[in-house]
Design a protein around this ligand. Sequence first.
Ligand code: G3P
Length: 219
Amino acid sequence: MRLPAIIVNFKVYEQATGDMAVELAKLHEKVAKETGASIGIAVTAIDLQRVSEAVSIPVFAQHIDPVSYGSGTGQILPEQVKDVGAYGTLLNHAECQVGDIALKQSIEMARELDLFTVVCANTPEKGAEIMKFNPDLIAVEPPELIGGDVSVSKADPSIIEKAVSLIGKNRVLVGAGIKTGEDVRIALALGASGVLLASGVTKAADPYAVLMDLVSGLK
Ligand code: G3P
């Protein structure tokens, strides 16, 4: 994925599922086209095919399971994620954490399928530890700030600096509470290569305006 990047996780917000996921995805594509910004979105497994067919920006699964064709009721099959047109997958989100063994297997399976991996970590230290599995990007998100009003950029910028110094340049996204272009600007100034966010866009009265503001922080 081209860096710096903004990835918006639709989670399972009502405003960002079903028909509204497709509409919101198109809005992200519109902003990406108008501004040239690198914007990706992560949608539910159920919306993955529809959204992937509707837009040309990178669409991520929110999770995959390390399973192959066969038994595995209820699991999210990486091959199918690839088949329906996903660009990549989030893994180990704070709301969908997996153990190290499953994480390693999931990253390896994604790599074999050429699915781009963004692995979430609660702390810079955990992110640095996960680097041994060689994901494409690590998104460091302090769980206590997720869904809140204060961004990681403003609440504790030292987390961003630490993440970049432990994980390395061009490998770090940061997230939690990101809502404005200023949040993005601070994150990039401290060495991050982009942001991962959700509620700032999904719950916004005017997602287009929020996206345009976020993109202004990439410059
Ligand atoms: O995946 C992004 C996320 O966990 C951050 O959520 O709502 O704080 O932007 P939010």
